[in-house]
Design a protein around this ligand. Sequence first.
Ligand SMILES: Nc1ncnc2c1ncn2[C@@H]1O[C@H](COP(=O)(O)OP(=O)(O)OP(=O)(O)O)[C@@H](O)[C@H]1O
Length: 262
Amino acid sequence: MNPHRKIGDVILKAENISLSFGGVKALTNISLDVREHEICAIIGPNGAGKSSMLNVINGVYHPQEGRVSYKGHVRDSMHAHEAARHGIARTFQNIALFKGMSVLDNIMTGRNLKMHTNFLQQALYWGATQREEIRHRRKVEEIIDFLQIENIRKTPVGRLPYGLQKRVELGRALAAEPTLLLLDEPMAGMNVEEKQDMCRFILDVNDEFGTTIVLIEHDMGVVMDISDRVIVLDYGKKIGDGSPEEVRANPDVIAAYLGTSH
Ligand SMILES: Nc1ncnc2c1ncn2[C@@H]1O[C@H](COP(=O)(O)OP(=O)(O)OP(=O)(O)O)[C@@H](O)[C@H]1O
C-alpha cells in the first residue's frame, strides 16, 4: 500500500441505526464512521446485517431509527438515485449487468447520471450532444484501460467468465466517478488469481482516484490485507471496529466470527 496515502476527515457517519423487517431486527443501534480515502471492510457471519448496512448507506433501506450524514449533511431519508447523484456508487452481491450488452455499453450505463442532455436537447442541439457523447466515451475508455479489459470491450458480458464480469461491474460503478464506492462481496466465487487481480484493482482505485471504499467480504485474508479498518457485525449488532490487528485480537470477534468455520 502507498505509504503516502492520507486518510482524511469523516465523510460518512451513521448514528444509532436500527432497522427491522417485520419481526426481524436486521440492525440494532449501529454507529460507524467512514473516513475520506480509507478502505473500510464490514465483516460478520451470514445474516449479520452487512448488506442491510450497505443498503442503509446508499438509501435503499430507510432505518426506523438513527440517521446518516454524508459529507456533513444529515439525511433523514435519501433515495438511491440521490445517493448516486451525490457520488455514492455500488456493486452487488449477485452481478447486476446487462448480459446481452457489450462490456463497453455496460460500463457506459454507469455514465447515465452524468449525462446532461435530454431527448429534446438531443434533437435540437446535435453538435452539443455529440460532444457530450465523445466525452463520456473517452471516460469509459479510460476505465477500460485502467481495468485492463481492452481485449473484451466489444464482448457481450454474458459470455465472460465470472471473475471478469465482476471486474466489468466494478468498471460500471467507476464510470459514475464516485467519491464513495460500496462493494458487496467483490470477490465472492472467484479463484485465487481472480481475487488477487480484484484486490489490486481495489487498491489502485483507492490510491489513484482517492476513492473511499466500503466493502463487504468473507475472505478474511483479503479483508486483513487491504483494509485500513474493519467493522464487525454479529446478529445486527456491532461487536468490533478497529485496525485489522485490533479486530484480529478482539475476543468477541474471535468468538463470534473468526472462531467459526465460516
Ligand atoms: N428485504 C428483507 N426482508 C426481510 N428480511 C430481510 C431483508 N433483508 C435482510 N433481511 C434479514 O435481515 C437480516 C440481515 O440480513 P443481511 O442480508 O443484511 O445480512 P448479511 O450479513 O449481509 O448476510 P450474508 O452474509 O448472508 O449476505 C437477516 O436475518 C435477513 O434475513
